[in-house]
Design a protein around this ligand. Structure first.
Ligand SMILES: N[C@@H](CCC(=O)N[C@@H](CS)C(=O)NCC(=O)O)C(=O)O
Length: 210
């Protein structure tokens, strides 16, 4: 098995934290996104979508999204459970994780990719070329602020996002809050629940080493 990673990018960081929580040792291949290594013939043969993370299995199968990789590893290495301990928990964790990815992670990406000069003709990750729409920077930022408000209210009566145990939803949310630093947005001092949770999850060993 090989894990294609980029140590500075947020999506593969989700998988790195997941792997560390499981205590797995998977050989890593670093892909230099800054130097456009994802567009080389060698890499596009591995992942035609030209993104990381990628998990390449020993039989040649490749998994090309954070979610697909984490679900595969969860079934292969069930302990500790990170995507629910029973059917109801699994449904709820995936529900929350999808919402966080859509309303939080994608919103940060919208603000970031529509602003940075590096992505002028390449606003989406992957192989398709689309130009930026500068109006989406402000909209993305507002969506992130709404996401932070939702998180703060959601965490009022919970230690972790799905309740009393750390799950993949915490990983996606943590990576999202840290990704938001790239657009200079952070939880406000008034968002006490969000700040308390962010400190709690940032102190985990799996997060500190990734
Ligand atoms: N939904 C995918 C997104 C993967 C993705 O977009 N990865 C980014 C790094 S965070 C990438 O490979 N970017 C390459 C590029 O911008 O060309 C996942 O979570 O795996």
């Amino acid at each position: 098995m090989k894990f294609y990673d980029c140590s500075t990018a947020p999506s593969p960081r989700r998988v790195r934290i997941f792997i560390a929580e499981k205590g797995l040792d998977i050989p890593v291949v670093e892909v230099d996104l800054g130097n456009r290594q994802q567009h080389t013939a060698e890499f596009t043969q591995i992942n035609p979508y030209r993104t990381v993370p990628v998990l390449q299995l020993d039989d040649g199968t490749t998994l090309t999204t954070s979610s697909g990789i984490m679900h595969y590893l969860e079934l292969l290495h069930p302990a500790p459970a990170l995507i629910g301990r029973n059917p109801i928990e699994r449904g709820l964790v995936v529900d929350l994780d999808s919402r966080i990815e859509q309303d939080g992670f994608m919103a940060v990406g919208e603000a970031f990719r529509n602003r940075s000069k590096a992505f002028a003709n390449n606003v989406f990750t992957g192989k398709h070329n689309h130009v930026q729409i500068p109006e989406l920077v402000g909209r993305g930022r507002r969506r992130v602020e709404e996401f932070f408000s939702w998180m703060d209210a959601h965490l009022e009566d919970k230690e972790f996002i799905a309740g009393d145990v750390f799950t993949v939803a915490d990983i996606t949310a943590l990576v999202t809050v840290d990704f938001a630093k790239w657009i200079k947005l952070q939880p406000t001092d008034k968002q006490k629940n969000l700040s308390r949770w962010h400190q709690l999850v940032s102190d985990r060993k799996s997060v500190m080493v990734t």
